[in-house]
Design a protein around this ligand. Structure first.
Ligand code: SF4
Length: 665
């Protein structure tokens, strides 16, 4: 009866399903509304890389160099130039197979292959959207496919989840649905709080939908569908906006204060194994909103209107247990703005007091004083908080104060150190170019990262973005910002936006060249961004250790302590087995442009290499290799060879070492 279309746009490949849609499905089903999900990324990735790759080929061939330059993908032209369509499609299919279907950690940690996958995705997104938006192309098999899928669900009402922006792909689908099905179209999602309600009548027309749900939809959506089913106008339903007889109608915002009243998220209709990760990762919430809510650059807290709301610890644990059992999942990310110190302590104690085992959690947290507490961080680590994502933003106290971040650099340093020493993987968010930030202050942040690199597993960085709903956007003069159209700004002091991008580009280049070290270096060989943050999360859950630790274990003959993964390309050439390794402590740029020499492996090494996919320890590998050998001397010789092989690998940083096994791919 109701069909829900998951978001059809993301500027990065996502590695988990959408929590908002799972909550809406559960809320509708709880009210007896049969709801069918039309999947977003897992379906369109398959379209791009397999079913409709010929369409992508046509699009790329039709675009002129000027178009490619305009959308910033001219430099990637060689990845499709010099090939024919068949080769291109075979390559895409192969990449999809390696990145999505193959759950072997060896594939997952193959930085160069994953990079190709991400780049082709970006090429597609840029080219496809350019055709829809700029070239006004209206023939698209991908759009046709989605319209057909929607039609097959026989919907009476349809909802579209909008996450990042009004994207032309889902707009094209809504247009076709409106023209061909003529059913009420509802839109909502994390974009909704940022939609200008004063102009909602124009937006409804331009974006092809009839009703907008602003903010949380768990109450509003089922009530709206019930009203429509009863032929009633949805008067008085909080968060719902629409137009009638040229007038905008809406009953204001309704905040969901009691999170315990919501059902468990329903992920049963998602393709949980079609994300580019070797293990399932599910999003969950223990709270909504942000207890701080003052940062001058931020508008995230606007998504969950009203005060900070929390789920009771009992309910949170029950939800975790339910999801873990139902979906065989052990990795959960808290999909929320922050985890307060108080809630972190309560949840950790509850987790340790319950029967839930083998749960790993990643969460964002604010570097507030309360986290400067080793006992709390130890407790959290023990309970399963293996990754914390901190909003460092800058290491200049003046800039932090100007941002109204409410953090202190000395406290921040202590937290990062303690958290790392407790075994938690620290991910730090930073950005350059907050209005007024000088080059000296930005350099100070870089120096800070270098100083504390060993406590930081990774950074997630960018430049300041002026968003209209942030305090700076609402009151620019207070931060000496002048808005100039279209969508630009200037500053009266500090670096201007152009200087910021130059500074940032240099910073990224220095990291890529391994000239500066701003993190521990673990997984630096992988494609940066969100996917690498998840790779850290999964790796921490499997007890990733640095090569020197693996070497110590080998020296002490503790072969059962190390589960090796040897990534890199390998193939048979003539009678030889050739492995082109990737240096795990070098950046992806270095691995690409200054590749390791090829290793030709003998038959025994080949066997050990193929067994090194994270699912078995060196001891198991050694036992398999020696299986059937009877003489003591031969056994000893083989064992020495096995240890020697792995010693050579870890001393050259060509492999990854984990303290716990990965599940078989
Ligand atoms: S940046 Fe984070 S801590 Fe600051 S207001 Fe936004 S959500 Fe809250």
């Amino acid at each position: 009866m109701f069909t829900l279309v998951e978001s059809l746009y993301s500027n990065e490949i996502l590695d988990r399903p959408d929590l908002g849609c799972a909550m809406l499905i559960a809320a509708c089903q709880a009210r007896g509304i049969k709801t069918t999900l039309i999947k977003g990324q897992t379906t369109y990735l398959k379209d791009i890389f397999i079913d409709e790759s010929e369409e992508l080929w046509d699009i790329l061939r039709e675009l002129k160099d000027a178009d490619l330059r305009k959308i910033g993908i001219l430099e990637y032209k060689e990845s499709f130039a010099g090939k024919d369509m068949k080769q291109f499609c075979v390559e895409l299919k192969g990449l999809y197979g390696c990145s999505i279907d193959d759950k072997n950690p060896r594939r997952y940690f193959n930085g160069l292959e994953m990079k190709r996958f991400h780049i082709l995705y970006n090429i597609f997104m840029s080219a496809y959207y350019y055709c829809l938006e700029e070239l006004k192309s209206n023939k698209s098999r991908m759009v046709d496919n989605y319209v057909r899928r929607i039609r097959e669900t026989n919907p009476r009402y349809i909802g579209f989840s909008l996450q990042f922006k009004f994207d032309s792909f889902s707009r094209a689908i809504r247009k076709r649905v409106k023209e061909s099905l003529g059913i009420p179209i509802i839109a909502g999602g994390s974009l909704s709080p940022f939609i200008d309600l004063k102009n909602i009548d124009k937006i409804l027309k331009k974006e092809y939908f009839d009703y907008l749900i602003v903010g949380p939809g768990e109450f509003a959506l089922p009530r709206l569908i019930e009203a429509l089913a009863a032929g009633r106008e949805p008067v008085g339903i909080g968060n719902v906006y629409y137009a009638r007889n040229g007038r905008i109608k809406g009953s204001g915002l309704e905040v969901i204060n009691n999170l315990d009243s919501l059902p468990y998220p329903d992920f049963s209709q998602f393709d949980l194994d079609l994300y580019p990760v070797p293990e399932r990762v599910l999003p969950i919430q223990s709270a909504r909103g942000c207890s701080w809510g003052r940062c001058a650059f931020c508008s995230f807290h606007k998504i969950n209107a009203g005060r900070h709301k929390i789920l009771s610890a009992d309910n949170f644990i029950a939800t975790l247990a339910y999801l873990s059992n139902k979906y065989r999942c052990h990795f959960f990310t808290l999909n929320q703005e922050e985890l307060t110190v108080e809630q972190a302590g309560i949840i950790s104690k509850a987790l340790l007091g319950g029967n839930l085992k083998n749960i790993n959690i990643s969460s964002a947290a604010r570097l507030e004083k309360g986290y400067d507490n080793a006992s709390l961080l130890r407790l959290m680590r023990k309970a399963g908080f293996i990754q914390l994502q901190w909003g460092v933003e800058s290491a200049s106290q003046r800039v932090l104060d100007a941002m109204r971040k409410g953090t202190n650099t000395r406290v921040m340093s202590r937290i990062l150190k303690k958290s790392s020493q407790c075994g938690i993987s620290n991910i730090c968010f930073i950005f350059f170019g907050f209005p007024g930030e000088t080059k000296v202050e930005a350099r100070h942040t870089v120096a800070y990262l270098k100083k504390y690199a060993r406590y930081i597993d990774d950074i997630y960085c960018g430049t300041f973005i002026l968003t209209p709903y942030s305090p700076v956007g609402q009151n620019p003069s207070r931060w000496n910002v002048e808005i100039c159209n279209p969508a630009g700004y200037t500053v009266k002091s500090g670096m201007n936006p152009k200087e910021v991008s130059i500074f940032y580009a240099r910073f990224l280049k220095e990291i890529a060249m391994n000239n500066i070290k701003v993190s521990s270096g673990r997984l630096i060989c992988l494609y940066p961004g969100n996917s690498r943050v998840t790779a850290h999360f999964l790796s921490s859950g499997h007890g990733m250790v640095l090569s020197e630790v693996a070497l110590k274990c080998l020296a002490r003959k503790r072969l059962n302590r190390i589960f090796p993964v040897l990534p890199g390309e390998f193939r048979k050439r003539g009678g030889d087995f050739v492995w082109r390794a990737e240096n795990t402590m070098e950046s992806i740029f270095i691995n690409e442009h200054f590749p390791e020499k090829e290793n030709t492996l003998d038959s025994l090494e080949e066997k050990m290499f193929l067994l090194s996919d994270g699912t078995m320890s060196i001891k198991d590998i050694d036992l398999i290799v020696r299986d059937g050998v009877r003489s003591y001397h031969s056994k000893k010789r083989l064992r020495d060879k096995c240890i020697g092989f792995f010693r050579k690998i870890f001393s050259r940083n060509l492999g990854m070492a984990f303290a716990a096994p990965w599940r078989a791919g």
